[in-house]
Design a protein around this ligand. Structure first.
Ligand SMILES: Nc1ncnc2c1ncn2[C@@H]1O[C@H](COP(=O)(O)OP(=O)(O)OP(=O)(O)O)[C@@H](O)[C@H]1O
Ligand SMILES: [Mg+2]
Length: 392
Protein backbone atom coordinates (compact mmCIF):
# COMPACT_ATOMS: atom_id res chain seq x y z
CA UNK A 1 0.00 0.00 0.00
CA UNK A 2 1.25 3.49 -0.94
CA UNK A 3 1.76 5.62 2.17
CA UNK A 4 0.31 8.68 0.44
CA UNK A 5 -3.12 9.43 1.89
CA UNK A 6 -5.80 11.08 -0.22
CA UNK A 7 -9.11 12.38 1.09
CA UNK A 8 -12.00 12.55 -1.38
CA UNK A 9 -14.77 14.97 -0.38
CA UNK A 10 -17.83 14.62 -2.62
CA UNK A 11 -21.53 14.36 -1.70
CA UNK A 12 -22.33 12.37 -4.84
CA UNK A 13 -21.76 8.73 -3.95
CA UNK A 14 -21.24 7.50 -7.50
CA UNK A 15 -18.58 10.02 -8.44
CA UNK A 16 -16.92 9.82 -5.00
CA UNK A 17 -16.59 6.01 -5.11
CA UNK A 18 -15.46 6.19 -8.73
CA UNK A 19 -12.54 8.52 -7.90
CA UNK A 20 -11.74 6.72 -4.63
CA UNK A 21 -11.55 3.36 -6.42
CA UNK A 22 -9.27 4.67 -9.15
CA UNK A 23 -6.95 6.09 -6.48
CA UNK A 24 -7.04 2.81 -4.54
CA UNK A 25 -6.13 0.93 -7.70
CA UNK A 26 -3.07 3.17 -7.91
CA UNK A 27 -2.27 2.05 -4.37
CA UNK A 28 -3.10 5.28 -2.56
CA UNK A 29 -4.62 5.08 0.91
CA UNK A 30 -8.02 6.72 0.49
CA UNK A 31 -10.64 8.08 2.86
CA UNK A 32 -14.02 9.41 1.74
CA UNK A 33 -16.25 12.18 3.08
CA UNK A 34 -19.80 12.85 1.90
CA UNK A 35 -20.12 16.34 3.39
CA UNK A 36 -18.01 19.40 4.10
CA UNK A 37 -18.23 18.94 7.87
CA UNK A 38 -17.21 15.30 7.59
CA UNK A 39 -14.39 16.41 5.31
CA UNK A 40 -13.08 18.93 7.86
CA UNK A 41 -13.17 16.27 10.58
CA UNK A 42 -11.31 13.80 8.36
CA UNK A 43 -8.65 16.39 7.57
CA UNK A 44 -7.91 16.33 11.30
CA UNK A 45 -8.32 12.57 11.93
CA UNK A 46 -6.94 11.10 8.69
CA UNK A 47 -4.31 13.86 8.04
CA UNK A 48 -4.38 13.44 4.25
CA UNK A 49 -1.40 14.33 2.04
CA UNK A 50 -3.74 15.46 -0.75
CA UNK A 51 -7.39 16.56 -0.60
CA UNK A 52 -9.85 16.47 -3.48
CA UNK A 53 -13.09 18.33 -3.03
CA UNK A 54 -16.23 18.67 -5.14
CA UNK A 55 -17.16 22.32 -5.75
CA UNK A 56 -20.82 21.78 -4.83
CA UNK A 57 -21.16 20.45 -1.29
CA UNK A 58 -24.50 20.45 0.52
CA UNK A 59 -23.43 21.97 3.80
CA UNK A 60 -20.31 24.13 3.30
CA UNK A 61 -18.78 25.83 0.30
CA UNK A 62 -15.57 24.41 -1.16
CA UNK A 63 -13.98 27.81 -0.42
CA UNK A 64 -14.85 27.43 3.27
CA UNK A 65 -13.04 24.08 3.35
CA UNK A 66 -10.01 25.55 1.61
CA UNK A 67 -9.85 28.63 3.82
CA UNK A 68 -10.26 26.60 7.01
CA UNK A 69 -7.52 24.21 5.93
CA UNK A 70 -5.16 27.00 4.91
CA UNK A 71 -5.54 28.71 8.29
CA UNK A 72 -3.91 26.08 10.42
CA UNK A 73 -0.17 25.67 10.36
CA UNK A 74 -0.43 21.87 10.40
CA UNK A 75 -2.42 21.58 7.21
CA UNK A 76 -1.64 24.97 5.67
CA UNK A 77 0.19 23.48 2.69
CA UNK A 78 -1.78 20.30 2.03
CA UNK A 79 -2.56 20.30 -1.71
CA UNK A 80 -6.28 20.78 -2.41
CA UNK A 81 -7.71 19.98 -5.83
CA UNK A 82 -11.29 20.96 -6.65
CA UNK A 83 -13.48 19.14 -9.18
CA UNK A 84 -16.54 20.84 -10.61
CA UNK A 85 -19.51 19.62 -12.60
CA UNK A 86 -19.84 22.99 -14.32
CA UNK A 87 -16.51 24.32 -15.48
CA UNK A 88 -17.14 27.98 -14.72
CA UNK A 89 -14.50 30.70 -14.85
CA UNK A 90 -16.04 32.73 -12.02
CA UNK A 91 -16.14 29.68 -9.78
CA UNK A 92 -12.60 28.80 -10.79
CA UNK A 93 -11.45 32.29 -9.83
CA UNK A 94 -13.07 32.08 -6.41
CA UNK A 95 -11.68 28.63 -5.69
CA UNK A 96 -8.13 29.39 -6.77
CA UNK A 97 -8.20 32.68 -4.85
CA UNK A 98 -9.25 30.80 -1.72
CA UNK A 99 -6.06 28.78 -2.08
CA UNK A 100 -6.81 25.61 -4.08
CA UNK A 101 -3.86 24.18 -6.01
CA UNK A 102 -5.92 23.09 -9.01
CA UNK A 103 -9.45 23.35 -10.39
CA UNK A 104 -10.79 20.83 -12.91
CA UNK A 105 -14.10 20.14 -14.62
CA UNK A 106 -15.19 16.54 -14.13
CA UNK A 107 -13.97 14.68 -17.20
CA UNK A 108 -11.79 11.71 -18.05
CA UNK A 109 -9.08 14.02 -19.32
CA UNK A 110 -9.10 16.17 -16.18
CA UNK A 111 -8.90 13.04 -14.07
CA UNK A 112 -5.80 11.89 -15.96
CA UNK A 113 -4.32 15.37 -15.51
CA UNK A 114 -4.91 15.14 -11.77
CA UNK A 115 -3.48 11.62 -11.45
CA UNK A 116 -0.34 12.61 -13.34
CA UNK A 117 0.10 15.69 -11.17
CA UNK A 118 -0.18 14.05 -7.73
CA UNK A 119 3.54 13.45 -7.33
CA UNK A 120 4.35 17.06 -8.25
CA UNK A 121 1.78 18.33 -5.74
CA UNK A 122 3.43 16.17 -3.09
CA UNK A 123 6.95 17.35 -3.88
CA UNK A 124 5.88 21.02 -3.71
CA UNK A 125 4.11 20.44 -0.41
CA UNK A 126 7.14 18.60 1.04
CA UNK A 127 9.49 21.45 0.21
CA UNK A 128 7.22 23.79 2.12
CA UNK A 129 6.77 21.24 4.90
CA UNK A 130 10.50 21.05 5.59
CA UNK A 131 10.27 24.68 6.67
CA UNK A 132 7.20 23.93 8.67
CA UNK A 133 8.73 21.36 10.91
CA UNK A 134 9.20 24.44 13.02
CA UNK A 135 6.33 26.09 14.81
CA UNK A 136 5.28 29.61 13.87
CA UNK A 137 7.00 32.34 15.86
CA UNK A 138 5.10 35.54 16.67
CA UNK A 139 6.65 38.21 18.87
CA UNK A 140 4.70 40.91 20.70
CA UNK A 141 6.45 44.26 21.12
CA UNK A 142 5.52 47.81 21.94
CA UNK A 143 7.39 51.08 21.82
CA UNK A 144 5.82 52.34 25.03
CA UNK A 145 4.94 50.56 28.28
CA UNK A 146 1.41 49.94 29.49
CA UNK A 147 -0.14 49.67 26.01
CA UNK A 148 -1.68 46.25 26.65
CA UNK A 149 1.04 44.10 25.04
CA UNK A 150 0.98 41.36 27.67
CA UNK A 151 -2.82 41.27 27.97
CA UNK A 152 -3.13 41.00 24.19
CA UNK A 153 -0.37 38.37 23.93
CA UNK A 154 -2.18 36.20 26.51
CA UNK A 155 -5.65 36.67 25.01
CA UNK A 156 -4.51 36.20 21.42
CA UNK A 157 -2.66 33.04 22.52
CA UNK A 158 -5.93 31.88 24.07
CA UNK A 159 -7.75 32.50 20.79
CA UNK A 160 -5.14 30.62 18.77
CA UNK A 161 -5.65 27.60 21.03
CA UNK A 162 -9.43 27.90 20.85
CA UNK A 163 -9.67 28.06 17.09
CA UNK A 164 -6.66 26.08 15.89
CA UNK A 165 -7.99 23.13 17.79
CA UNK A 166 -5.38 20.55 16.83
CA UNK A 167 -2.41 22.85 17.25
CA UNK A 168 -0.34 23.43 20.37
CA UNK A 169 0.49 26.91 21.60
CA UNK A 170 3.25 28.08 23.95
CA UNK A 171 3.79 31.57 25.36
CA UNK A 172 7.17 32.86 26.50
CA UNK A 173 7.51 35.86 28.77
CA UNK A 174 10.76 37.65 27.98
CA UNK A 175 9.91 41.00 29.50
CA UNK A 176 12.74 42.29 31.66
CA UNK A 177 13.25 42.93 34.47
CA UNK A 178 9.89 41.46 35.57
CA UNK A 179 7.44 39.41 33.52
CA UNK A 180 3.68 39.69 33.96
CA UNK A 181 2.17 36.70 32.10
CA UNK A 182 2.40 34.57 35.26
CA UNK A 183 0.33 37.19 37.06
CA UNK A 184 -2.20 37.61 34.25
CA UNK A 185 -2.73 33.85 33.84
CA UNK A 186 -2.58 33.11 37.57
CA UNK A 187 0.02 30.36 37.62
CA UNK A 188 1.82 29.39 40.79
CA UNK A 189 4.72 31.83 41.03
CA UNK A 190 6.57 29.88 43.68
CA UNK A 191 7.89 27.52 41.02
CA UNK A 192 11.47 28.17 39.97
CA UNK A 193 10.77 27.26 36.39
CA UNK A 194 10.99 30.48 34.42
CA UNK A 195 12.76 31.99 31.44
CA UNK A 196 15.81 33.00 33.50
CA UNK A 197 16.23 29.46 34.88
CA UNK A 198 15.85 27.99 31.40
CA UNK A 199 18.44 30.40 29.98
CA UNK A 200 20.93 29.15 32.58
CA UNK A 201 20.56 25.45 31.73
CA UNK A 202 23.26 23.68 29.76
CA UNK A 203 22.03 23.58 26.14
CA UNK A 204 21.92 19.76 26.01
CA UNK A 205 19.31 19.77 28.78
CA UNK A 206 16.95 22.05 26.85
CA UNK A 207 15.05 19.47 24.80
CA UNK A 208 11.42 19.16 23.65
CA UNK A 209 10.80 16.72 26.52
CA UNK A 210 12.22 19.18 29.01
CA UNK A 211 9.63 21.73 27.87
CA UNK A 212 6.80 19.21 27.72
CA UNK A 213 7.50 18.19 31.30
CA UNK A 214 8.04 21.64 32.74
CA UNK A 215 6.03 24.29 30.97
CA UNK A 216 3.17 25.62 33.10
CA UNK A 217 -0.40 24.99 32.03
CA UNK A 218 -2.38 27.93 33.42
CA UNK A 219 -5.87 27.10 34.62
CA UNK A 220 -8.57 28.43 32.19
CA UNK A 221 -6.01 29.24 29.47
CA UNK A 222 -5.53 26.72 26.69
CA UNK A 223 -1.80 27.26 26.18
CA UNK A 224 1.49 26.36 27.83
CA UNK A 225 3.57 29.07 29.47
CA UNK A 226 7.23 29.69 30.07
CA UNK A 227 6.89 32.38 32.75
CA UNK A 228 9.13 35.42 32.87
CA UNK A 229 11.68 36.77 35.28
CA UNK A 230 10.12 36.89 38.78
CA UNK A 231 12.13 39.91 39.96
CA UNK A 232 14.90 42.29 38.84
CA UNK A 233 17.49 40.29 40.80
CA UNK A 234 16.76 37.16 38.79
CA UNK A 235 16.78 39.15 35.55
CA UNK A 236 20.38 40.21 36.13
CA UNK A 237 21.55 36.61 35.72
CA UNK A 238 19.59 36.09 32.47
CA UNK A 239 21.79 34.31 29.93
CA UNK A 240 20.90 35.93 26.62
CA UNK A 241 23.31 33.75 24.64
CA UNK A 242 21.19 30.63 25.12
CA UNK A 243 17.88 32.17 24.06
CA UNK A 244 18.26 31.41 20.37
CA UNK A 245 18.45 27.70 21.09
CA UNK A 246 15.62 27.94 23.66
CA UNK A 247 13.32 29.50 21.05
CA UNK A 248 14.40 27.01 18.35
CA UNK A 249 13.60 24.08 20.62
CA UNK A 250 10.25 25.58 21.61
CA UNK A 251 9.42 25.91 17.89
CA UNK A 252 10.19 22.24 17.42
CA UNK A 253 7.92 21.38 20.35
CA UNK A 254 4.86 23.60 19.75
CA UNK A 255 2.98 24.65 16.61
CA UNK A 256 2.77 28.30 17.67
CA UNK A 257 5.26 30.10 19.90
CA UNK A 258 4.25 33.58 21.09
CA UNK A 259 6.91 35.69 22.79
CA UNK A 260 6.05 38.73 24.89
CA UNK A 261 9.06 41.04 24.48
CA UNK A 262 7.33 44.04 26.04
CA UNK A 263 8.88 47.42 25.44
CA UNK A 264 12.14 46.16 24.10
CA UNK A 265 14.27 46.71 21.04
CA UNK A 266 17.56 45.66 22.53
CA UNK A 267 20.43 43.33 21.76
CA UNK A 268 18.40 40.69 23.63
CA UNK A 269 15.22 41.02 21.66
CA UNK A 270 16.48 41.99 18.20
CA UNK A 271 17.68 38.52 17.11
CA UNK A 272 14.30 37.08 18.13
CA UNK A 273 12.43 39.84 16.31
CA UNK A 274 14.55 39.14 13.21
CA UNK A 275 13.73 35.47 13.38
CA UNK A 276 9.98 35.94 13.90
CA UNK A 277 7.43 35.07 11.23
CA UNK A 278 5.14 37.80 12.54
CA UNK A 279 5.98 40.89 14.58
CA UNK A 280 2.91 42.12 16.43
CA UNK A 281 3.43 45.78 17.35
CA UNK A 282 0.96 47.00 19.91
CA UNK A 283 0.37 50.73 20.05
CA UNK A 284 -2.21 52.73 21.88
CA UNK A 285 -4.08 55.76 20.63
CA UNK A 286 -2.09 58.44 22.41
CA UNK A 287 0.30 60.68 20.49
CA UNK A 288 3.43 59.55 22.31
CA UNK A 289 2.73 55.86 21.74
CA UNK A 290 2.18 56.41 18.03
CA UNK A 291 5.29 58.56 17.53
CA UNK A 292 7.49 56.17 19.52
CA UNK A 293 6.08 53.32 17.44
CA UNK A 294 6.96 55.18 14.27
CA UNK A 295 10.56 55.52 15.46
CA UNK A 296 10.72 51.85 16.39
CA UNK A 297 9.32 50.86 12.99
CA UNK A 298 11.97 52.92 11.24
CA UNK A 299 14.60 51.25 13.37
CA UNK A 300 13.33 47.76 12.49
CA UNK A 301 13.47 48.58 8.81
CA UNK A 302 17.14 49.63 9.18
CA UNK A 303 17.72 46.19 10.74
CA UNK A 304 16.61 44.49 7.51
CA UNK A 305 13.21 43.52 8.80
CA UNK A 306 10.67 43.28 6.02
CA UNK A 307 7.70 45.51 6.81
CA UNK A 308 5.36 42.78 5.48
CA UNK A 309 6.05 40.83 8.63
CA UNK A 310 4.97 43.67 10.91
CA UNK A 311 1.41 43.50 12.17
CA UNK A 312 0.45 46.73 13.96
CA UNK A 313 -2.48 46.56 16.38
CA UNK A 314 -4.06 49.74 17.68
CA UNK A 315 -5.24 49.03 21.20
CA UNK A 316 -7.62 51.63 22.59
CA UNK A 317 -6.13 51.15 26.05
CA UNK A 318 -6.55 54.75 27.09
CA UNK A 319 -10.21 55.15 26.23
CA UNK A 320 -12.15 56.91 23.59
CA UNK A 321 -10.15 60.12 23.39
CA UNK A 322 -6.90 60.20 21.47
CA UNK A 323 -5.93 59.63 17.85
CA UNK A 324 -8.16 57.93 15.29
CA UNK A 325 -6.93 54.94 13.32
CA UNK A 326 -6.48 57.08 10.19
CA UNK A 327 -4.46 59.69 12.10
CA UNK A 328 -2.25 56.99 13.62
CA UNK A 329 -1.73 55.38 10.20
CA UNK A 330 -0.71 58.71 8.74
CA UNK A 331 1.99 59.15 11.39
CA UNK A 332 3.16 55.55 11.04
CA UNK A 333 3.13 55.50 7.26
CA UNK A 334 1.78 52.00 7.58
CA UNK A 335 -1.59 50.27 7.66
CA UNK A 336 -2.90 49.31 11.08
CA UNK A 337 -4.10 45.73 10.75
CA UNK A 338 -6.53 45.62 13.65
CA UNK A 339 -8.11 47.88 16.25
CA UNK A 340 -8.92 46.50 19.70
CA UNK A 341 -11.77 48.42 21.33
CA UNK A 342 -11.61 50.12 24.70
CA UNK A 343 -12.96 47.60 27.20
CA UNK A 344 -13.33 49.99 30.14
CA UNK A 345 -12.63 48.11 33.35
CA UNK A 346 -13.41 44.70 31.84
CA UNK A 347 -9.87 43.83 30.82
CA UNK A 348 -8.42 44.86 34.17
CA UNK A 349 -11.14 42.80 35.85
CA UNK A 350 -10.43 39.73 33.70
CA UNK A 351 -6.67 40.14 34.29
CA UNK A 352 -7.14 40.51 38.04
CA UNK A 353 -9.16 37.30 38.12
CA UNK A 354 -6.63 35.53 35.86
CA UNK A 355 -9.32 34.77 33.29
CA UNK A 356 -9.27 35.11 29.52
CA UNK A 357 -11.68 37.74 28.14
CA UNK A 358 -13.36 34.90 26.22
CA UNK A 359 -14.30 33.15 29.48
CA UNK A 360 -15.09 36.18 31.64
CA UNK A 361 -16.98 38.22 29.00
CA UNK A 362 -17.94 35.74 26.27
CA UNK A 363 -20.30 38.16 24.51
CA UNK A 364 -17.83 41.10 24.39
CA UNK A 365 -17.20 42.05 20.76
CA UNK A 366 -13.46 42.18 21.55
CA UNK A 367 -13.55 38.37 21.29
CA UNK A 368 -14.36 38.60 17.58
CA UNK A 369 -11.41 40.95 17.06
CA UNK A 370 -9.04 38.66 18.97
CA UNK A 371 -10.23 35.62 17.04
CA UNK A 372 -9.60 37.43 13.76
CA UNK A 373 -6.13 38.49 14.92
CA UNK A 374 -5.32 34.86 15.84
CA UNK A 375 -6.39 33.66 12.39
CA UNK A 376 -4.47 36.41 10.62
CA UNK A 377 -1.30 35.75 12.62
CA UNK A 378 -1.50 32.10 11.64
CA UNK A 379 -2.02 32.98 7.98
CA UNK A 380 0.76 35.57 8.06
CA UNK A 381 3.15 32.96 9.50
CA UNK A 382 2.26 30.52 6.72
CA UNK A 383 2.83 33.28 4.16
CA UNK A 384 6.24 34.23 5.59
CA UNK A 385 7.33 30.61 5.28
CA UNK A 386 6.18 30.17 1.72
CA UNK A 387 8.05 33.36 0.76
CA UNK A 388 11.07 31.93 2.51
CA UNK A 389 10.74 28.68 0.56
CA UNK A 390 10.22 30.53 -2.72
CA UNK A 391 13.49 32.41 -2.10
CA UNK A 392 15.14 29.01 -1.61
N1 LIG B 1 -8.32 47.81 25.23
C1 LIG B 1 -8.25 48.02 26.55
N2 LIG B 1 -9.33 48.41 27.23
C2 LIG B 1 -9.26 48.61 28.55
N3 LIG B 1 -8.16 48.43 29.30
C3 LIG B 1 -7.03 48.04 28.69
C4 LIG B 1 -7.03 47.82 27.27
N4 LIG B 1 -5.78 47.42 26.93
C5 LIG B 1 -5.05 47.41 28.08
N5 LIG B 1 -5.78 47.79 29.13
C6 LIG B 1 -5.31 47.88 30.53
O1 LIG B 1 -4.01 48.48 30.51
C7 LIG B 1 -3.19 47.92 31.51
C8 LIG B 1 -1.83 47.53 30.95
O2 LIG B 1 -1.93 46.29 30.22
P1 LIG B 1 -0.70 45.30 29.99
O3 LIG B 1 -0.05 44.96 31.28
O4 LIG B 1 -1.21 44.22 29.16
O5 LIG B 1 0.23 46.26 29.15
P2 LIG B 1 1.75 46.09 28.76
O6 LIG B 1 1.97 46.84 27.50
O7 LIG B 1 2.11 44.66 28.77
O8 LIG B 1 2.47 46.82 29.96
P3 LIG B 1 4.00 46.73 30.46
O9 LIG B 1 4.71 47.84 29.76
O10 LIG B 1 3.90 46.96 31.92
O11 LIG B 1 4.52 45.38 30.11
C9 LIG B 1 -3.93 46.76 32.09
O12 LIG B 1 -4.41 47.09 33.36
C10 LIG B 1 -5.07 46.50 31.15
O13 LIG B 1 -6.17 46.06 31.84
MG1 LIG C 1 3.70 43.66 29.68
Amino acid sequence: MNETKILVIDPDETSRTFLANILRKQNYTVSEAASGQDGLQKIIDFTPDVITCDSALNDLSAEAIIIKTRQEIRYGNTPIVVFSNQLDSEEMDRILKAGANDYFGKSGQALMGFLNNISKLLVDARVKQSEELKGALAVFVSAKGGTGTSSLCANIGMNLSRFMTKSTVALVDMVLPIGSLALITGIDESSNFNVVEVSLQPPEKVTPDYFRENLARPHDWLFHLLPGSPDPGAASSFNVGNMHQVIQTLRKTYDYVLVDLGRSFSRISLPIIQEADVIVMVLSNDVSSVSLTKRSLDYLITQNINSNRIYPILNRAVGLEGLSKAEAEKILGMEIRMTVPYMMSNLTLANNQNTPIASKFPTDTTNLVLKQVAIEISQAAIKTRSEHVAKG
